[in-house]
Design a protein around this ligand. Structure first.
Ligand code: GUN
Ligand code: ZN
Length: 466
């Protein structure tokens, strides 16, 4: 085991000193340097799980000199990453060979997800999954469970124990799948309703109504999903949309009265400001416009889109000035190939390059933090270091590998030099770059062997107190 998940003994009020980077606006629409907030020597003050103050160490030092302070002198501290699309029951089948979407689902995915009727098994996998998220610096995710309510109970139980800000839901799928993994139109409605009542807003947990995709839902099931959104106006809608060419053709066969894939969901009342659609690789311009008008979000999943051969996401359409669409990054484990949002940014860069566009690290890190929070309508709670937000943040080791050590010889002293350093981090970095993950101000994960923190006043959980 390379990693160490430790209960924390952090006092409720404490401070973190180090280089702080977050985003205060969208660099796709505003000059990048105006969107980035960077304190090469900053102070982050945390009280009762929330951010109390952020700023330059020199300016805040006097006011907070009495606080126990952990100093990360050679690292970069950022808000926790937000993964806007991932499947927890697919962790074991990541890297399944040889198929594209529809065959991949039948051959690998459905048999794997069938195991999640067993709640104790589901608990075990949910625990591994959440450990993996924290190890990769992901502090919030929008998560597919499986079709079984037990799989949702297992996930939320584990997430609640860890005090995480997580969104998840039971998969609804009443047709075009094997018996052993189908629900019925009625049971999907009833079970979803019960799960919403049980889990939505418990602690930091939120519920997403989760029809798998148009192929595996009857028209009536989609209508009932729409009814649930009416009955519970602050839950999410989470599904897949226009990922693969054969899938899009199948949807138009299955829904001959629809005017395209998005329209299937629209007719059921599923396209709104709380909707998050994974992939959107094959979307038409008109569909991008409709998503923009509805203030719905797309979860862009580049490692998955490449792995399954689905295609290249059109960043320029999603982030157009005329019809902007809320956009987050998704790893889409197990079609995606990495839990790391850094590796996801790496592949996103190449996807953009293949379309003649360069995606800067400030843009991809924005998508992985504040952009993801905005896509999930959570920007008042998470996404950056603005005081009052929840103190979920990560400590990045800029020199986690020998190659990164050569490439990133120092913590960048200025905003201008920062761009190059974090670009290398997004291309070369992965879970090894995550030195520590804090949840609601408390240390929840620390990489074994990391030596970066020095803590004046406290803590057995901080590895290298000096
Ligand atoms: N479309 C429907 N189900 C799935 C899934 O599990 N993964 C991906 N990538 N696409 C889907
Ligand atoms: Zn998916």
């Amino acid at each position: 085991m390379q990693s160490n998940f430790s209960p924390s003994s952090v006092p409720t009020r404490h401070a973190i000193r180090g280089a702080l980077l977050d985003f205060v606006a969208d660099p796709f629409y505003y000059p990048e340097l105006e969107c980035v907030r960077y304190f090469p020597d900053g102070l982050l003050v945390v009280e009762s799980g929330l951010i109390q103050a952020v700023g330059d160490y020199g300016s805040l030092q006097a006011e907070y000199s009495d606080l126990p302070t952990t100093h990360y002198s050679n690292q970069l501290i950022m808000p926790g990453f937000v993964d806007t699309h991932i499947h927890y029951p697919q962790i074991e089948m990541v890297a399944a060979y040889g198929e594209q979407l529809l065959e991949w689902l039948n051959q690998y995915t459905f048999p794997t997800e069938a195991k999640f009727q067993d709640e104790s098994y589901a608990r075990k996998i949910a625990a591994c999954f959440l450990d993996e998220l924290l190890k990769n610096g992901t502090t919030t995710a929008l998560v597919f469970a499986a079709v079984f309510p037990e799989s949702v109970d297992a996930f939320f139980t584990e997430a609640f124990q860890r005090n995480l800000r997580m969104i998840a839901g039971k998969v609804m799928m009443d047709r075009n799948a094997p018996d052993y993994i189908r629900d019925t139109t009625e049971s999907s409605y009833e079970q979803t309703k019960q799960l919403i009542q049980k889990w939505h807003k418990k602690g930091r947990l939120l519920y997403a109504v989760t029809p798998r995709f148009a192929v595996t839902s009857s028209d009536r099931q989609l209508q009932l999903a729409g009814q649930l959104l009416q009955e519970f106006p602050d839950v999410y809608l989470h599904t897949h949309l226009s990922e693969n060419v054969k899938e899009v053709a199948l949807v138009s066969e299955l829904f001959p009265d629809s005017n395209g894939y998005l329209d299937v969901y629209d007719q059921a009342g599923l396209v709104c400001h709380r909707s998050v659609f994974a992939h959107g690789v094959q979307l038409t311009d008109a569909e991008f416009e409709r998503l923009s008008a509805a203030q719905a979000a797309i979860a862009c999943c580049p490692t998955s889109n490449l792995f399954l051969g689905s295609g290249l996401f059109k960043f320029d359409r999603a982030k157009s000035r005329a019809h902007p669409v809320k956009l987050g990054m998704g790893t889409d484990i197990g079609a995606g190939t990495s839990f790391s949002l850094l590796q996801t940014a790496n592949e996103a860069y190449k996807v953009a390059q293949l379309q003649g566009m360069s995606l800067s690290a400030f843009k991809s890190l924005y998508l992985a933090t504040l952009g993801g929070a905005e896509a999930l309508n959570l920007a008042e709670q998470i996404g950056n270091f603005t005081p009052g937000k929840e103190a979920d943040f990560i400590v990045l080791d800029l020199q986690a590998t020998s190659l990164l050590k050569l490439r990133n010889p120092q913590v960048p002293p200025t905003l201008e030099t920062l761009a190059d350093t974090v670009f290398a981090l997004t291309i070369l970095g992965d879970d090894r770059s995550i030195q520590a993950t804090y949840i609601a101000g408390e240390l929840a994960y620390e990489r074994i062997g990391s030596t970066g923190a020095s803590s004046g006043a406290y803590s057995s959980a901080h590895a290298s107190a000096s």
